[in-house]
Design a protein around this ligand. Structure first.
Ligand code: COA
Length: 246
């Protein structure tokens, strides 16, 4: 599908994406790059990162991969420092790293619950917190009056209740709340625009294949448009939200 945006709408911008090497995160990496941004991708699995970066390079997108876990503050600091060292600035931060598995609440250990909260919610906060000095107005490569942008990827599971997703629903509800709090505080103080994207079921992602195995067809039939969302839809929303970044 053809992008509705100008191909250079993000020219000169630099993006860091956690979980940007696969699934929805990779499609966002790719589309930010195709619209002119340089891209740093952070993830836990080196082979996944390597193939993501190779694919971005094939498109002519300047890209680096940084191995790391958003649960480890040192890894987050290193990913940000590598981004600045390579590209000199940071304009767009996308928090797409997430953990997920299906489990009935009675079978989920407190540590299992905590693990997903640590990745999705605490991880999102940690990355935002460490990125603030680069994203705020007057930061490296920034005008004194213009900050960057943050996009947090959550979900729609917690809008009502979703079977066997108590941990992820709680974690994504916290992500939405973090988005609102930072939009208020950092928008006011630092001119950073903080937004969230909450994808429903998106076809051809680990989320759908892992969480609704063999169920994609019935998911499709429950959609008003009789189709699942596509990674492209989410990536275009991200390009739109990132395109105002200065
Ligand atoms: N069912 C129930 N509990 C589970 C579980 C499952 N499928 N997977 C992990 N847990 C529990 C473990 O039992 C452990 O709790 P315990 O110590 O009380 O036994 C806790 O979670 C931590 O498990 P561990 O394997 O050490 O976690 P990890 O840090 O290696 O990885 C995930 C956990 C969630 C990140 C892992 O499932 C994963 O790699 N997922 C891929 C990311 C993903 O799904 N992305 C798509 C997002 S839509």
């Amino acid at each position: 599908m053809e992008s509705p945006f100008k191909p250079d709408v993000l020219k000169g911008k630099v993006a860091l994406l956690t979980g940007g090497g696969s699934g929805i995160g990779f499609e966002i990496s790719r589309q930010l790059g195709l619209h002119g941004a340089s891209v740093a991708v952070m993830g836990r699995r080196k082979p996944v990162l390597d193939s993501a970066v190779a694919a971005l390079h094939l498109h002519g997108i300047p890209a680096i991969g940084v191995e790391g876990d958003v649960r480890k503050r040192d890894d987050v600091v290193r990913a940000l420092e590598s981004t600045i060292k390579r590209f000199g600035r940071l304009d767009i931060l996308v928090n797409a790293a997430a953990g997920n598995f299906l489990v009935p609440a009675e079978d989920l250990s407190p540590n299992g619950f905590r693990t997903v909260i640590d990745i999705d919610s605490v991880g999102t906060f940690t990355v935002c917190h460490e990125a603030l000095k680069y994203l705020k107005k007057g930061g490296p490569g920034k005008e004194p009056s213009c900050g960057g942008t943050i996009i947090n990827i959550s979900a729609t599971l917690h809008y009502t209740a979703t079977w066997y997703q108590i941990h992820v629903s709680a974690a994504k509800a916290a992500v939405d709340s973090i988005t609102r709090s930072l939009a208020l505080e950092w928008g006011t103080d630092y001119d950073i625009r903080v937004n969230g994207i909450a994808p429903g079921p998106i076809g051809d992602t680990p989320g759908v294949s892992k969480l609704a195995p063999g169920d994609a067809l019935s998911s499709r039939e429950q959609m008003p448009l009789f189709k699942l969302g596509e990674k492209w839809d989410i990536a275009m929303a991200a390009v739109y939200l990132a395109s105002g970044a200065d």
